[in-house]
Write a protein that binds this ligand. Structure first.
Ligand code: ADP
Ligand code: ASP
Ligand code: MG
Length: 469
């Protein structure tokens, strides 16, 4: 039987952001930040739809992702260059450039703007091609990955100006920054965004790149895959926006992952804590960190569907509507580590020695559970797994299970009537649960299952827990 179980380190950057925010307030701006994802800008037609949506006469900052599929193509190109397969990389670069030439031909009306569009494409692809000779470094990789957002924002800015909308481009690389620990440097962003806005000059609409930033050395870097959501909320916090809107290809936050489960339903309202837990534990609709900057400054986050803009979407605020279990999400690529040791019996300091090993290798732990003779925990960063195992071997027998998934059930669990845990267990009858974490937070219960049983687990929770509500 578990002695205790808890979650750890989900929001390790939160206190830092809070400190920054409470020490430096800026004058409130009545400005919204709107972010449009890859599908929303995925074709000339969709780019025009975005233009029509944002040009309502209210000043705003619009954050754009790369056109859908572009970042994946850029990752592929980088991988070929890493493997020194330059010829294949060149073929992929050529194909992508041809696709963008077609986008330009369709997007602009005047010959002058078609020429300007082609110049944007030519410059970007020259940058990408420059990495096909010489040695390929991490800086090269990050520079290539940044080009998708650079293209989409330049094209949409030109499109909006061609259509008579007063629009300026804010270069994200001039104000978005991460620190030595790769955490967003909100203080820096706050200090630099206003001078950048001033420098580019007055405009009704500002467009900027999601995802990309500079690192502590000033080199191009990024906020990890899906990071444009995070860009929007960091900008929202930096300018103290009155709303952050994340526009995507679905009508809002669903109560389960629609990619794996039938009959998922949109949730109208979520609290910051609920949304943060779901995003952290794998709900792809939001980058894991997105909610944090908005939460510390109490800025509402609204998820909207670009294809159905009149729908209210999902509103995320400090309020919870107290409806008990709200949603489930799943995070893959989890590794479970069990350390079995007689030395744990009646010993103090055992766990701290174990945790120190993970801290020394800068590896966050997600779930933990202990018994008298064993401790189980999970990690998702396996870069130092071999070295961690070597150290753990000094403490007992170490068993490692890969290809595991954390399924996280989120809601105001205290509001649930008695028997919540038994409801979960009944729903999951027959599914091998490797670990369970309950009580670490009132918003979350997490279970660890083999990834091959994920779909079945999510569907069972939908059928037995969520859809009965
Ligand atoms: P964007 O390119 O706009 O950032 P994403 O693909 O990153 O869009 O996120 C939207 C997708 O997230 C949806 O199309 C859906 O398949 C997926 N998704 C996963 N979990 C959820 C969820 N709980 N609610 C809504 N969508 C989800
Ligand atoms: N273009 C980046 C990606 O595909 C960032 C984003 O879309 O949010 O991961
Ligand atoms: Mg996304």
């Amino acid at each position: 039987m578990n002695k205790y179980a808890c979650h750890k380190e989900s929001f390790s950057n939160d206190s830092k952001i809070l400190h920054i925010c409470t020490t430096k307030f800026l004058k409130k701006q009545e400005m919204k930040v709107l972010k449009f994802g890859g599908t929303s800008v995925g074709s000339p037609e969709n780019m025009r739809a975005v233009m029509d949506l944002v040009t309502d006469g209210e000043q705003k900052i619009v954050v754009l992702s790369a056109m859908s599929g572009t970042t994946n193509s850029l990752v592929e190109i980088s991988n070929y260059l890493k493997k020194k397969n330059k010829d294949t990389a060149r073929i992929f670069i050529g194909n992508l450039e041809e696709n963008y030439k077609k986008v330009v031909a369709e997007l602009f009306t005047s010959e002058e703007n078609k020429k300007k569009g082609l110049k944007i494409i030519k410059d970007v692809f020259q940058t990408i091609k420059s990495f096909t000779s010489g040695t390929f470094s991490e800086v090269g990789e990050n520079t290539i990955l940044a080009q998708g957002e650079i293209i989409s924002t330049n094209l949409v800015t030109l499109l909006m100006n061609e259509n008579g909308h007063d629009t300026k481009l804010l270069p994200a690389l001039d104000f978005m920054k991460i620190d030595e620990d790769k955490a967003a440097d909100l203080n820096y962003i706050r200090e630099h965004i206003k001078p950048v806005i001033k420098e580019v000059g007055d405009a009704k609409y500002y467009i900027t790149q999601g995802f990309i930033c500079r690192d502590a050395d000033g080199e191009i870097n990024n906020l990890q895959r899906g990071g444009s959501d995070y860009t929007a909320s960091l900008i929202g916090a930096a300018i103290d926006a009155d709303e952050i809107q994340i526009w995507t290809d679905i009508d809002g936050f669903h109560n389960n992952d629609p990619r794996f489960v039938d009959n998922t339903k949109k949730i109208d309202q979520l609290s910051y804590n609920e949304a943060a837990e779901l995003a952290f534990f794998g709900a792809k609709i939001l980058h894991p960190q997105t909610v944090l900057p908005a939460r510390v400054q109490n800025i509402p986050v609204r998820l909207k569907n670009t294809m159905n803009p009149t729908d209210d979407g999902t509103l995320i605020t400090a309020e919870s509507d107290g409806r008990g279990i709200k949603a489930v999400a799943a995070k893959d690529d989890i590794t479970a580590i069990k350390i079995r040791s007689g030395r744990m019996l009646n010993a103090y300091g055992f766990l701290s020695k174990i945790f120190k090993i993970f801290a020394d290798f800068r590896t966050p732990i997600d779930m933990i559970s202990t018994s008298e003779v064993a401790v189980s925990l999970t990690i998702d960063d396996t870069r130092n797994l071999e070295s961690i195992k070597e150290e753990l071997d000094n403490f007992g027998t170490v068993i490692i299970d890969q290809d595991m998934t954390i399924v996280c059930i989120v809601g105001d669990i205290i509001q649930e009537e008695h028997g919540f845990a038994s409801k979960v267990f009944n729903a999951l009858d027959g599914i091998p649960i490797r670990m369970i974490s309950y009580g670490g937070s009132r918003h979350n219960i997490s279970i660890l299952v083999p990834t091959e049983r994920k779909k079945e687990t999510l569907q069972a929770l939908s059928d037995n827990l969520l859809n009965g509500l």
